[in-house]
Design a protein around this ligand. Structure first.
Ligand code: B12
Ligand code: SF4
Length: 300
């Protein structure tokens, strides 16, 4: 079997004491968005989700099974060393190793100076990764052959760092297919949640971007343009999650929620109408005193 790309979540609970203590694992939603989008474009995609795996041997087994044309690893700052370690393994099985996510967006140079990594995809990944795979279908060349394609970074022919400008953000989030949750072991996540916390929670993203622009967040993946899905689109996903997985709670993973009071009121109304009401947790900006979220949530 040979697939176009293997997307990799490098976090192994078995090797991560802090996450193991918490035991509230969340699916790698960013990778699942990428996988769904690529599948829609006709690419063959699989996910190696380290969460419940033991270690390198499992990763090697996946690389041998799928024989991927490219490997794409998601990276957060605390996992950077593990990302480099897995990239070195991946490079033995695949010509093209890509990293993306919050940390490569902030520090592309750190990753590109590692010999196993060919390309960084920075900021939002769906359109950029699809374009990279499309370009490589046509010519099997080094990363610098991708030229001035937006949203990527690589080392040029003389080893210099090239960071192309960010790609425009996706404005209509309703156009994105729902995350490819079928590619990870959701039953295992929910089993752990129920055993550990007494209820099962799954994550969902209803918006992207945050307008506040705090200094330390300036190079955040989804930027300052706040974009939100339609309430109907969100309610349809929640309903599907309730019916398919019988979950008890939601976690909203957005940068910031509660900015649009009317949207929240509309969400509550449509959720009640469609019997898609669930308790949820979300992040919102502490300075805001006018957010009606708590009142509305209590009324559900
Ligand atoms: C939910 C969340 C969590 C959850 C779940 C994480 C998970 N399994 O997904 C929990 C609570 C576990 C968590 C933990 C931590 N988190 Co956190 N988390 C988030 C949060 C709020 C949302 C992530 C998300 O799902 N976004 C939605 C999806 C659609 O976007 P995305 O993941 O960014 O993916 C897109 C792009 O990044 C890109 N992309 C991502 N991966 C890849 C890979 C490839 C190959 C390509 C091409 C593209 C690509 O394409 C995707 C689609 O557009 C973000 C902030 C934010 N809003 O993004 C912080 C954030 C990711 N977390 C952060 C941090 C620091 C942490 C912790 C270290 C906190 C702590 N001190 O413990 C831990 C580390 C956990 C670990 N061991 O990895 C930082 C990372 C900063 C950095 N430079 O790395 C962020 C950015 C918050 C911030 N602004 O500081 N987190
Ligand atoms: S409010 Fe939060 S998400 Fe928004 S810019 Fe500030 S730190 Fe980043």
């Amino acid at each position: 079997m040979s697939i176009d790309i293997l997307l990799v979540n490098p976090v192994f609970l078995s090797q991560n004491e802090a996450e193991r203590d918490l035991m509230s694992p969340y699916i790698p939603l960013g990778l699942l968005y990428l996988a769904a989008f690529l599948r829609e474009q006709g690419y063959q995609v699989e996910i190696f989700d380290g969460t419940f795996q033991e270690g390198d041997r499992d990763f090697i087994a996946a690389l041998e099974e799928f024989s991927p044309g490219a490997v794409g690893i998601t990276a957060l700052k605390p996992n950077a060393d593990q990302v480099l370690h897995l990239a070195a393994i991946a490079k033995r099985y695949s010509d093209f190793v890509i990293v993306g996510g919050p940390d490569p967006t902030l520090s592309p140079d750190f990753y590109l100076h590692d010999p196993s990594i060919d390309l960084v995809v920075h900021h939002e990944g769906e359109l950029s990764l699809a374009e990279v795979l499309g370009a490589r279908e046509e010519h099997d060349q080094p990363a610098y052959a991708l030229g001035d394609m937006p949203g990527i970074a690589y080392l040029g022919q003389d080893g210099e760092l090239v960071v192309n400008p960010r790609r425009d953000y996706l404005l209509d989030l309703d156009l994105l297919p729902p995350p490819a949750r079928d590619l990870v072991d959701i039953d295992k996540y929910l089993e752990v949640w129920r055993a550990q916390n007494g209820y099962a929670s799954l994550s969902i993203s209803v918006s992207r971007g945050c307008p506040y622009g705090c200094k330390w967040c300036a190079e955040s993946v989804h930027g300052q343009d706040f974009r939100i899905r339609s309430v109907e689109n969100v309610v349809a996903e929640v309903k599907l999650l309730m019916e398919t997985y019988q979950i008890d709670r939601l976690r909203l993973v957005d940068d910031v929620d509660g900015l649009d009071a009317q949207w929240i009121a509309d969400w509550a109304a449509v959720a009640e109408q469609e019997q898609a009401v669930l308790p949820f947790e979300a992040l919102y900006e502490v300075e805001r005193q006018d957010i009606p979220m708590l009142d509305i949530r209590d009324s559900l």
